[in-house]
Design a protein around this ligand. Structure first.
Ligand code: PLP
Length: 419
């Protein structure tokens, strides 16, 4: 049996697959594993209660049940939900959009698979184009998404050192090159893994650069505005018909319903709907039906601001306090935590690689992710910084996270020769 290049690509050593496998195996070995590795959102009782209540209401309503279980939605997604969302965004944000500007996908991850391959790869006349990431570190989930190899090209960020062991990555506009070979610009805001929120000013500059180059600006707002709003700094929601804004229901607390939302110009939505039809006839309507009232009424914005964001902000602050105690004396730095559900630690001049640190931590029952995975588009760059960082997910139980950080503190001190 022989696989095509397409088949081989997914059977091979895709970074995200080996990482998920590695974490899965560590979990399966049992014992007392402290899980600070994956991207699962936390479980927020107040939000879960709302969804449980909604499920009960749905179960008692024959008409909605029939739609939920027994009808394919349109290839573009549940039409009622598209109208509710367009209406809410017109009201709340003043954006000139209608349902024709929205397409649902089975999770935003599969939406990115479609978008990235739509704007990069092989073009007519033997030309090829890449997705420009204006900043790396960036989301590991982009790395293996390309049907052709090396779909991404990234620019190293400027590093701004801040007070109290903090630092921040900034877009290096002098080094950012966008030209004929660029198919689209893409940035996650907040960024997974760093919790960076690129500023309104940086985003406006990227928008101008994208328009001038005639390429779309893709904003991955899986954690961002307008919902789920896991942003602790200022971030104005931004959309125009050159922007492709990607939202998701996952980080509200619904990762299992697999609902991604793409907001873009009408022509792009038409192409995406066609892709949905070919690949899956229609995207799942489950999340759309579950969240319709929340979105239609605008309550999703209040829930984001009053339930979701404070939950993560409290956890982030608790985790920072523990880090300040346990890593005291080491030259650690944390990326200024401006959003998302992670802390990004930088150990400058660490005598071992972050991969080795990850292995040592795994042996001690603490699962984190080594930073070297998060540099799509900089694979060939021998930048030492790539091997000096760790990503921690702080969404799980506070006591577990504190125990994990105490162990990280010990291993980091050992690595620096301080213990
Ligand atoms: N974008 C970012 C930055 C993410 O961190 C994730 C998931 O962790 C996704 C997109 C994909 O999310 P989903 O497919 O659950 O919508």
């Amino acid at each position: 049996m022989e696989y095509s290049k397409f088949g081989k690509k997914f059977g091979g050593d895709a970074g995200i697959l080996s990482l998920m496998k590695d974490m899965g195996e560590a979990m399966a070995q049992g014992g007392d594993i402290i899980m600070m590795g994956g991207g699962n959102p936390g479980h927020i009782p107040a939000f879960q209660e709302k969804m449980q209540q909604r499920l009960q209401d749905i179960a008692a309503d024959d008409e909605i049940c029939k739609r939920l279980l027994g009808v394919y939605s349109a290839p573009q997604g549940e039409l009622d939900f598209l109208s509710s969302l367009a209406g809410m965004l017109r009201r709340e944000q003043g954006w000139q959009i209608g349902p024709e500007n929205i397409c649902l996908t089975n999770g935003s991850q599969s939406g990115f698979f479609l978008l990235m391959n739509m704007f990069a790869g092989e073009f007519e006349g033997g030309r090829s184009k890449k997705i420009r990431l204006p900043l790396a570190p960036e989301y590991i989930g982009y790395t293996d998404i390309g049907l052709s190899s090396e779909l991404f090209v990234a620019t190293r960020p400027k590093i701004e050192l801040l007070e109290e062991h903090l630092f921040k990555y900034r877009v290096d506009f002098e080094e950012l090159s966008v030209g004929e070979e660029t198919g689209a610009i893409c940035v996650s805001r907040p960024t997974n893994p760093t919790g960076n929120v690129i500023t309104d000013n940086e985003l406006e500059r990227l928008d101008t650069i994208a328009k001038e180059a005639g390429v779309p600006l893709i904003i991955d707002s899986a954690y961002g505005v307008p919902f789920p709003g896991i942003v602790f700094s200022r971030a104005t929601p931004m959309w125009n018909d050159n922007i492709i804004l990607c939202l998701s229901l996952s980080k509200l607390g619904l990762p299992a319903v697999r609902t991604g939302i793409i907001i873009a110009g009408e022509e792009i939505i038409r192409v995406l709907s066609g892709m949905n039809a070919v690949m899956s006839l229609a995207p799942t309507g489950f999340g759309a039906i579950l969240a319709d009232q929340l979105v239609d009424s605008g309550e999703v914005i209040d829930v984001s601001q009053q339930i979701i964001r404070p939950f993560y902000q409290d956890k982030m602050e608790i985790t920072r306090r523990v880090i300040a105690e346990e890593l005291d004396g080491t030259p650690y730095r944390i990326h200024k935590p401006e959003g998302a559900i992670f802390l990004w630690l930088w150990f400058e001049d660490l005598p071992i690689s972050s991969k080795e640190l990850y292995e040592r931590l795994k042996k001690r029952g603490v699962l984190v992710i080594s930073g070297h995975h998060f540099f799509p588009g900089l694979e060939n760059d021998a930048w030492q910084h790539k091997n000096e960082c760790l990503r921690l997910n702080y969404a799980q139980d506070d006591a577990q996270v504190a125990r994990g950080i105490a162990i990280i503190g010990e291993e980091v001190k050992k690595a620096y020769g301080m213990l």
